[in-house]
Design a protein around this ligand. Structure first.
Ligand code: ZN
Ligand code: ZN
Length: 395
């Protein structure tokens, strides 16, 4: 059985997967600067024996593993490679050696797992039909998102995959388990930058001024109607303002107020409409109260939809590989992920790899300075991904 073979290989190579992950963890690079990481990936792919490797988007790679009858079908597997501007606080032998940069989102795990899957799949390439396309992408953490650049650079062409599989570490799920969700899964994320301009002056003489602080306050409250009244209750939406800057004093009304926020939702049509609603409402309030407004919507990643059938098959493969007790259903997650760009183009399945181990104190969330994983997850990260690919090529 190919499943048992993959399991045995994942187990046999586990220490190598861990070594690769530790190397990547110790040498993190920021988004779109993954030069040493890309060189490491290239070297590892070549040492596996993979020869069809093509550079994409400066620091990304696309590589092909051909099975029997390679033209029959192609499935893509994706890993992201960038790290975050965070000072690592873990005291571990593989601690970051690049000051101020840390693999705090587990992209070291995704890259090492994809390299592991590649090693396994190359070894069993006589046992599946079709082609596996490996996509190592840069810059997941930074707009415009490495995925969008990889697509522009034709990562999904020649051959065009029927679907794409991605995985992400999840410190809420215990190691040994994985999570899936069909349909709407992660949110689009847009950044909002608003300046409300009035006329500042002495706080004792408001009748001679246009107070941007009061105007901004009304505007913030009014904007919530976009979520509570304009949004369909069937589509999750969130509007949050995390920064309001009015640099006056107890007796000084400033000339302007600067506001920053985020808008997230799970429907592209509604997302575009919501942008218009927000600008319209804000403009109406601010101008109606005598002020002026500058409202910039900086578009981030689209929402992430997991294709129903592909995800169903992948989840089924995970149940076969790990047992039903180790495959959990996920809830909607309002964070964003640039894997969504692929899912706008072709069927996609983005699943979660459990990395938590309370007994070992491994509980920190992603994007924190103490984030780490239980490295047992790598055996699953590599093996399960290889099995999902083989299973998909069978269908
Ligand atoms: Zn992240
Ligand atoms: Zn991430």
């Amino acid at each position: 059985m190919v499943k048992d073979k993959i399991k045995a290989l994942a187990k046999a190579y586990k220490s190598e997967f861990i070594a690769n992950r530790r190397h990547l963890h110790a040498h993190p690079e920021l988004s779109f600067q993954e030069f040493r990481t890309a060189a490491f990936v290239e070297e590892k792919l070549k040492s596996i024996g993979i020869t069809q490797i093509e550079k994409k988007a400066d620091t990304g790679w696309v590589a092909l593993i051909e099975g029997k009858n390679p033209k029959i079908k192609t499935i893509a597997l994706r890993g992201d490679m960038d790290a975050l501007p965070i000072v690592e606080q873990n005291e571990v032998p593989y601690k970051s050696t690049n000051p101020g940069v840390m693999h705090a989102c587990g992209h070291d795990v995704h890259t090492a797992s994809l390299l592991g899957a590649a090693k396994i799949l190359y070894e069993i390439k006589g046992e599946f039909e079709g082609t596996v396309k490996l996509i190592f992408q840069p810059g997941e953490e930074l707009i415009p998102g490495g995925a969008s650049l990889m697509i522009k650079d034709k990562a999904l062409e020649n051959p065009r995959p029927s679907g794409i599989i991605g995985q992400h570490v999840m410190p809420l799920i215990p190691v040994g388990k994985v999570g899936f969700r069909k349909g709407m899964y992660m949110a689009s994320a847009d950044e909002l930058y608003i300046t409300v301009k009035g006329k500042g002056g002495h706080g004792a003489m408001p009748e001679t001024l246009v107070d941007p602080v009061l105007i901004a306050s009304h505007m913030i409250v009014a904007l919530q109607q976009v979520v509570s009244r304009n949004a369909s209750p069937k589509i999750p939406s969130v509007l949050s303002f995390g920064r309001v800057e009015a640099l006056g004093a107890t007796n000084v009304i400033p000339n302007e107020v600067k506001i920053q926020g985020t808008f997230r939702t799970l429907n592209e049509e509604w997302r575009a409409k919501a942008h218009k609603h927000m600008v319209q409402i804000a403009k109406g309030i601010v101008e109606g109260m005598g002020g002026e407004i500058d409202f910039e919507v900086r578009k981030g990643y689209p929402f992430l939809k997991n294709a129903e059938e592909l995800t169903q098959r992948a989840q089924h493969a995970a149940v076969e590989y790990l047992g039903a007790d180790n495959v959990v259903d996920l809830d909607i997650w309002m964070a964003a992920e640039d894997f969504s760009y692929y899912t706008q183009e072709i069927d996609g399945c983005f699943y979660r790899l459990g990395t938590r181990n309370e007994a070992k104190g491994i509980v920190s969330g992603v994007h924190t300075p103490t984030f780490d994983i239980d490295e047992d997850a790598l055996e699953i990260g590599a093996g399960l991904m290889a099995y999902i690919a083989v299973n998909e090529l069978k269908s």
